[in-house]
Design a protein around this ligand. Structure first.
Ligand SMILES: *Cc1c(COP(=O)(O)O)cnc(C)c1O
Length: 399
């Protein structure tokens, strides 16, 4: 059945609205009681609940050390500072800005490398072109898709530099059965509200290197080892007991949520299967992605509308979307002064085509079906939709 897109006068697919993300906490009254007991205890930050969270995550990941911090960004800054970056850090531009900002705050300069055209994660061959003389290699498990960790590790080893993963999206992802979290020198997760495990705000540094973990522990506490004679300029990047309480609750049922997200993605993909000009980033066979985002790649010529126009048409349906990640970081204000040392054709190609659409762990089959049907209908009416958007001045460039 072919419904009429809302921008052409049809009823919106989601009159009630469909947000991009909605975090879920399994047991809200239980969390409220736990928060009450934290408040009663008088110990509000970096106490026993933070310790319990660190232990729970270390055992879930099978990693020796987990250090809870106030955000993934702060965790990345502390890790990069601890491994002593200086000068260039090879990193992808096709990521969230915080990946690059952490490099800058820690005193380094991003040296952009391109991505793999299928997984959209850092391309090991492109990264290898920059590792000579660089001080670290940084990669991102984008959307929860595990990186090619084996090849990246080989390149880091060959250049004798640390390999740090921005694992913000990937708590619950697996590379060849093994949990993301134990790869490289360190991996850093985010617990901010758009991620699959949430604390409100928070981050987790996972590492098998005990010395590095200790430096991050000191670093999250201003650089104070305990005697107020600071060892280096640290941050206040502690996690509060309140945030740790929420995170512990959110950790419950993680594998089931990841499985449900994968099921929803499969369902969506078969519902839109075969639409011309619509493809998806891939996950290597045998790997598990959290699908932090459900991201589409839209080829304007074949689909009939570009990613921006599709996003605008979806807004009329009550459907939220984001361009994760457009513009790529190297084209954002803090970084445009220093052009990439190598061209980034795959990054630019992907950034021009991405659109992330709603996906949350407790979405119903019916909602994902309706989302898919809205996209099918917009595609079926692509030409009049494009004209309507142009007439309204909502989309200036159809590509
Ligand atoms: C969300 C995100 C971050 C930042 O996480 P915070 O916990 O908000 O600091 C870093 N990198 C990527 C790829 C992200 O998506």
């Amino acid at each position: 059945m072919n419904r009429r897109p809302a921008i052409l006068g049809g009823g919106p697919a989601f009159g009630e609205g469909l947000p991009l993300v909605r975090p879920i906490l399994p047991d809200v009254p239980g969390v409220a009681r736990a928060l009450e007991s934290v408040l009663d205890s008088g110990m509000l930050t970096n106490g026993p609940t933070v310790r319990r969270l660190e232990e729970a995550v270390a055992s879930y990941l099978d990693v020796r050390n987990v250090v809870a911090v106030s955000s993934c960004t702060a965790g990345l800054m502390l890790v990069l500072q601890a491994v002593g970056i200086r000068g260039r850090v090879v990193a992808p531009s096709f990521t969230f800005s915080a990946t690059a900002h952490a490099i800058r705050w820690a005193g380094g300069a991003p040296d952009w490398a391109d991505i793999d055209p299928t997984t959209l994660t850092l391309d090991p061959a492109s990264a290898a072109a920059g590792t000579d003389g660089a001080s670290a290699l940084m990669a991102v498990h984008l959307y929860g898709t595990p990186c090619n960790v084996e090849r990246l590790q080989k390149q880091a080893d060959a250049a004798r530099i640390p390999l740090v993963f921005d694992a913000a999206h990937a708590l619950g992802s697996r590379r060849k059965q093994r949990a993301v979290g134990g790869f490289g020198t360190a991996e850093v997760f985010s617990l901010s509200p758009t991620k699959v495990v949430v604390a409100g705000e928070g981050g987790l540094v996972a590492t098998n290197d005990g010395g590095l973990a200790e430096t991050v522990r000191i670093g999250r506490d201003y650089g104070n080892p305990g005697d107020y004679n600071c060892l280096f300029p640290g941050l206040n990047a502690r996690m509060s007991e309140l945030h740790a309480t929420v995170a512990l609750a959110s950790l419950q049922g993680l594998d089931a949520r990841v499985a449900r997200r994968n099921e929803l993605v499969e369902r969506f993909r078969s519902a839109v299967g075969g639409l011309p000009g619509l493809t998806f980033p891939t996950v290597d066979p045998g790997d598990v992605s959290t699908y932090k985002d459900l991201t589409l790649l839209i080829d304007a010529g074949a689909f009939g509308l570009g990613a921006q126009a599709l996003g605008a048409a979806l807004r009329h349906e009550g459907i939220d979307s984001r361009r994760y990640y457009h513009p790529p970081v190297h084209r954002q204000w803090p970084y445009i002064g220093e052009p990439p040392r190598r061209p980034l054709p795959i990054t630019d190609h992907a950034a021009a085509r991405v659109l992330s659409v709603p996906l949350w762990s407790h979405m119903r089959d019916e909602q994902i079906d309706r989302l898919a049907a809205a996209i099918v209908a917009i595609h079926a009416h692509a030409e009049p939709v494009a004209q309507a958007l142009e007439a309204r001045g909502e989309v200036l460039d159809r590509r």
